[in-house]
Design a protein around this ligand. Structure first.
Ligand code: ACM
Ligand code: ZN
Length: 532
């Protein structure tokens, strides 16, 4: 059977079942959470075949068993999520989204369970805002790939994308910028088009409910104390120095230097009790919207120069006996962690949160930097947990020629200081799509598909990787992506021999020039093949 991600065990028997002949559906009350998905996937036929969803406590948390006979299908699971993944397996194996496909599956038994409990995907909507329909589409496709956490990067320097009722200027001012930088990190041009958008709390609730029906939890990220420029544009008093600035239209590089704004990525003034109050208020409102017992507070790339000079921050250091700015950052993380724990949530931060020795080790670190970070190793030794998002494997905003899909597929978690004996400390893996250079879904889908399949299998399937065999299944999956109208990368791009010249050209252009070389190349291949 052509299934992505590859199931743990498939035992084939004689015969086939036509899934479009399913007419008689019964779901155990405990697992009724999968009924919305079943309704959307199965069109009840006239064939008399049955579909049963049965609770079986012996199945693991996300695991399931499917028994297929010529008369019908039985799904066994202990949780809604396990049942949802079983439905997705049938959906993929029977190509149910593809109108003119066979819709049959071979009889037999499929037993399945994931290698990692956390299989996430970060979507950055601060740099570019996509909106409800787009994010639902991503969630639908994540669920099809058995990814279970949408890591929603909702705030950054370039935009604040979630309504906070107590601080309306966060979206009135912070969700809008005059234009967007183009031509790469060191490009100096803007596109001249104002960019804005945010989710109302009502929309957030709608998206959270939609995701829950598909087995996807949503992890909100409010990046702090740095990457906070959109919040400063709304409320300049949150920073150590009260400077009135617009939401930056540039993402970094040359422009701020030219404009004389060298310190555009600044940190909130954590020595100011009003700023700490603001942060708690924001956490209060957001925590209400997301039932997931985790909260991401970013914590990456934190500049500390202002803290060193700020009277309030200096006073905090003295009062708390903090020996340096790293300890000050850890103090902040501990405070926020304590507050979140009071709401039944654990704090997650990028690996930069690990610098101070006074850190509470119950925080979870997301390991993104490409190089070895000794603080991650130390964190694990002290009992801390990590999520793996190493840049060179999982940063999907980089072209295929730079971060090849094969590398993602063959991801080996025991790198950069993480060893096999640390297995229990690895919660799972996450892909990331940062959107500085991704203004629309057409490009986002190109960067993300079929890489999502590679990440899916890296996170779900245990055992040896077989790239050639995987490629056959990726190819067989294409009609499903076509049915969704996804603009995925062609084989020549995701599995082609790396061409050094093109790779260098793409790399150079990522910093200065045209970010869409590979995208355009893909479009030309599609056209040649007669795809639109
Ligand atoms: C990051 O890429 N700064 C987390
Ligand atoms: Zn300060």
């Amino acid at each position: 059977m052509n299934i992505i991600p590859r199931p743990l065990k498939v035992e084939q028997r004689q015969g086939k079942l036509d899934l479009s002949a399913v007419s008689d559906i019964e779901i155990d009350a405990d697992l009724d959470g999968c009924s919305a998905l079943i309704d959307s996937v199965f069109t009840r036929g006239e064939g008399g075949a049955s579909l049963r969803v049965v609770r079986d406590a012996s199945c693991s948390d996300e695991g399931y068993r499917i028994e297929i006979t010529p008369d019908g299908v039985k799904i066994f699971a202990s949780t809604q999520r396990g049942a949802v993944w079983a439905v997705q397996t049938l959906r993929v194996a029977g190509m149910l989204d593809v109108e003119d496909a066979h819709h049959t599956v071979e009889c037999g038994v499929i037993e399945d369970a994931p290698e990692y409990g956390w299989r996430g995907l970060l979507i950055d909507e601060a740099r570019h805002f996509f909106g409800v329909q787009a994010i639902k589409r991503i969630i639908e496709l994540m669920s099809l790939h058995k990814l279970n956490v949408l890591h929603w990067h909702l705030t950054d320097d370039s935009g604040w994308r979630i309504e906070i009722k107590k601080y309306p200027l966060l979206t009135e001012i912070g969700a809008k910028r005059s234009q967007s930088q183009i031509n790469g990190w060191w490009g100096v041009d803007g596109d001249g088009i104002p960019h804005s958008g945010y989710y109302t709390q009502e929309q957030i609730r709608e998206v959270v409910a939609f995701a829950a029906e598909r087995g996807v939890s949503i992890l909100p990220e409010i990046d702090m104390p740095a990457h906070f420029a959109a919040a400063f544009a709304a409320y300049p008093w949150l920073a150590c120095r009260d400077i009135k600035r617009d939401v930056p239209w540039y993402f970094g590089g040359e422009v701020p230097i030219r404009e004389g704004v060298k310190d555009w990525n600044r940190s909130a003034c954590i020595g100011n009790p009003d700023t700490m109050r603001f942060i708690c208020d924001v956490l209060d409102e957001i925590s209400e919207l997301f039932p997931f017992p985790y909260f991401h507070i970013g914590g990456d790339e934190v500049p500390t120069e202002e803290w060193k000079k700020c009277p309030k921050c200096k006073e905090l250091m003295k009062r708390e006996g903090l020996k340096d700015v790293d300890e000050m950052h850890a103090w902040f993380n501990n405070k926020v962690q304590e507050y979140l724990l009071g709401k039944g949530k654990r704090l997650i931060g990028w690996n930069e949160v690990l610098k101070g020795d006074n850190l509470d080790r119950s925080v979870i670190a997301q390991y993104w930097v490409p190089k070895l970070d000794r603080n991650v190793v130390k964190h694990i030794k002290l009992g801390g947990e990590v999520l793996m998002s190493k840049h060179q494997y999982f940063y999907f905003d980089h072209d295929y020629a730079v971060n090849p899909m094969r590398r993602t597929y063959e991801f080996e978690p025991y790198i950069s200081g993480v060893k096999p004996k640390h297995r229990a400390s690895i919660l799972g893996i996450e892909g990331a799509v940062w959107t500085e250079w991704i203004p629309d879904m057409y490009k986002l889908e190109f960067m993300l598909f079929p890489r999502m399949a590679a990440q899916s299998e890296a996170g779900w399937s245990s055992g040896k990787r077989d790239w050639k065999e995987f490629l056959k299944r990726v190819k067989a999956f294409e009609p499903i992506l076509d049915a969704f109208g996804v603009n995925y990368a062609e084989e020549e791009i995701y599995a082609g021999k790396p061409n050094l010249f093109r790779k260098l050209r793409i790399q150079r252009n990522f910093f200065y020039g045209d970010q869409n070389i590979e995208l355009k190349y893909n479009a030309a291949i599609k056209q040649r093949k007669g795809k639109n």
